[in-house]
Write a protein that binds this ligand. Structure first.
Ligand SMILES: C[S@@+](CC[C@H](N)C(=O)[O-])C[C@H]1O[C@@H](n2cnc3c(N)ncnc32)[C@H](O)[C@@H]1O
Length: 279
C-alpha cells in the first residue's frame, strides 16, 4: 500500500478484508475516503491491544463486545490483527441497524472469522440477553450514538469487564436537561454563560457527560485515563476514555459525581445513568 507508514499493511493482514470494508480499492490502493476511519480504527486498535495485553489470560478469551458496531471496522480489524493469530478470543458486535448486522455476519462467514458474532439489538438490551456470555474482558464503543456509550458502560459493569475503551459520540441527554432546568443552582453565577447559547449548551453538555462518565467509572472501581484518539483534524469526536478495572471504588469520585449532578440540576440522571454508586 503506497501510503503513510501508520496506515501500511501489517504482516499477515487480510487484504481481502480491507477490500470488503472498502478500505482498499479493488486494485489494492488505499481508498482516500476511508483514510480517516482507518486512522481512527488503527489508533483505537493499538490502545485495545495494549489493554488486552495487560489482562489475565483465560481459556477462550479475550471476549470483546463492540457497541454501536456499525460496519464493524473495529471488530474486524481487531479480529484480523490480534485474535485471528492467537486462535482464541471472540468479538461480539452489537448494532441496531439490521442491514449492517447481516452484512457483517455475511462477511465474517466468508472470511472464516468464526469467532465473530453480531447481534441486532440495542446496547441497552445487551446486558440482559441470555445468548451473550456472562462475562466480557473488554468493552468498546467507537462513536456509538448518543446514550449508547452509557449503555456500553452499564454493560461493561454488568459483565465485569476488565477494561473499557470508549470514544463517545454526541450525547443529547445532559444538554437537554441543562436546557430544561437551566442548571438553576448556577444560573445566577457567571458560570451560566457557559451554556447561554444553544451551541455552547450542547458542547458543555457533551463535556459534562464525559466528565460524569469518568467519575462514574472511578466510583465503580476503574482507573480512568482520558486522551485524544487521533489529531483533531481527523475527527471532532476525539475523546478516548480508557478504563481499567482495579476493583477499588473511589468514594471521592462518587461524591464529586453527586455534587456535579446537584449543581447542574441533573439529580434525576443518577438512578438512570449512574446506579450503584458507593454511598
Ligand atoms: C456513528 S456509527 C459508528 C459505527 C462504528 N462504531 C464506527 O466507528 O465505524 C454509530 C452506530 O451505532 C449504532 N447505534 C446507535 N444507537 C445504538 C444503540 N442504542 N445500540 C446499538 N447500536 C446503536 C448506529 O446504528 C450506528 O451504526
Amino acid at each position: 500500500m503506497s501510503v503513510a507508514t501508520d496506515l501500511d499493511l501489517r504482516p499477515g493482514q487480510s487484504v481481502e478484508l480491507l477490500k470488503e470494508l472498502h478500505i482498499l480499492t479493488r486494485e489494492g490502493k488505499l481508498n482516500q475516503d476511508s483514510r480517516r476511519k482507518l486512522k481512527q480504527v488503527y489508533h483505537l486498535h493499538r490502545f485495545i491491544e495494549e489493554l488486552l495485553g495487560d489482562l489475565p489470560r483465560h481459556e477462550g478469551g479475550p471476549l470483546v463486545a463492540d457497541h454501536g458496531a456499525g460496519k464493524s471496522y473495529l471488530g474486524f480489524i481487531l479480529y484480523d490483527l490480534t485474535l485471528r493469530g492467537q486462535g482464541s478470543g471472540q468479538v461480539w458486535g452489537i448494532e441496531t441497524r439490521p442491514e449492517l448486522v447481516a452484512r457483517s455476519q455475511d462477511l465474517a462467514r466468508r472470511l472464516g472469522f468464526e469467532r465473530m458474532h453480531f447481534l441486532n439489538i440495542a446496547a441497552a438490551d445487551a446486558a440482559h440477553r441470555e445468548d451473550l456470555p456472562a462475562q466480557f474482558d473488554l468493552v468498546t464503543a467507537l462513536h456509538a450514538c448518543d446514550t449508547a456509550t452509557d449503555d456500553a458502560i452499564a454493560f461493561g459493569l454488568q459483565k465485569d469487564a476488565q477494561a473499557m475503551a470508549l470514544v463517545p459520540c454526541c450525547q443529547a441527554e445532559v444538554a437537554a436537561n441543562l436546557r430544561q432546568h437551566k442548571a438553576l443552582a448556577l444560573s445566577r453565577t457567571p458560570l451560566a454563560e457557559l451554556w447561554r447559547h444553544p451551541l455552547h449548551t450542547r458542547e458543555v453538555g457533551s463535556q459534562l457527560t464525559n466528565v460524569l462518565r469518568c467519575l462514574y467509572l472511578e466510583a465503580r472501581g476503574y482507573q480512568v485515563t482520558v486522551t485524544e484518539l487521533v489529531g483533531w483534524e481527523h475527527s471532532m469526536k476525539n475523546e478516548l476514555i480508557l478504563a481499567r478495572r482495579t476493583g477499588q471504588r473511589k468514594r471521592s469520585a462518587a461524591e464529586r459525581l453527586r455534587a456535579l449532578l446537584g449543581e447542574f440540576g441533573l439529580q434525576a440522571l443518577e438512578p438512570v445513568r449512574f446506579p450503584g454508586l458507593p454511598a
